[in-house]
Design a binder for this molecule. Structure first.
Ligand SMILES: Cc1cc2nc3c(=O)[nH]c(=O)nc-3n(C[C@H](O)[C@H](O)[C@H](O)COP(=O)(O)O)c2cc1C
Length: 183
């Protein structure tokens, strides 16, 4: 066991695909949002917006009509909360700058904020799973999102009904080099 809380928390978080029928307290959600909003972002634009979907009908619509075909996710509807992580696009930082640098900063920003969110959830005993295989246009329509909000990921949240096993990771020494990329 390491003394590093962050290392332990990162190892502890695994995708949760089996949820208990138990609501997530608002206080926990608030802590997750607060953790997310301290994330760094390109030009400090803080482009993240979170739609917290608890409504039964909306969650059912998301889970029956809102996923792309080919990856069945029947477990998702059991999650008592679905977070729709949206990007509020700033024309200079998220459109003009990426044309120069080739880097889409809003995806980075939302990834960082989203992971703050799920780690804060994990720390409070709440399981989560990122879902990227969804129909953004449909989600935008049913949640009545304004045109400048772009859904970039869903995150299911809830108390886990089991203890999911950690999935495999590449060995650390395959993932980094010092100074230059030597084989
Ligand atoms: C951006 C992103 C999109 C993902 N999309 C899906 C998805 O559509 N469906 C799903 O079941 N899991 C999805 N996942 C979860 C990954 O499958 C999972 O994180 C990966 O297999 C590693 O497992 P772990 O989260 O348990 O460590 C996604 C994860 C990320 C980060």
């Amino acid at each position: 066991m390491s003394d590093l809380k962050m290392l332990e928390l990162s190892k502890q978080r695994v995708s949760c695909r089996n949820y208990l029928d138990k609501p997530v307290p608002d206080e926990i959600l608030k802590n997750c949002l607060e953790a997310a909003h301290w994330a760094p972002s390109a030009c400090n634009k803080q482009p993240w917006r979170f739609v917290i979907v608890k409504d039964d009908l909306l969650r059912q619509k998301i889970c029956t009509e809102g996923f792309l075909p080919g990856i069945p996710m029947p477990w998702a509807v059991k999650a008592p909360v679905i977070v729709v992580l949206c990007a509020k696009i700033n024309p200079v930082t998220h459109w003009l700058a990426p044309m120069v640098s080739g880097i889409n900063y809003h995806y980075l920003d939302l990834g960082i904020a989203g992971e703050h969110f799920v780690l804060a959830a994990e720390e409070q005993g709440i399981g989560s799973c990122w879902i990227g295989w969804f129909k953004a246009k449909y989600i935008k329509k049913i949640l009545k999102l304004p045109s400048n909000l772009k859904p970039v990921s869903l995150i299911t949240l809830g108390y886990s009904a089991d203890l999911p096993l950690p999935s495999r990771r590449l060995p650390l020494d395959e993932l980094f080099r010092e100074n230059i990329w030597k084989k």
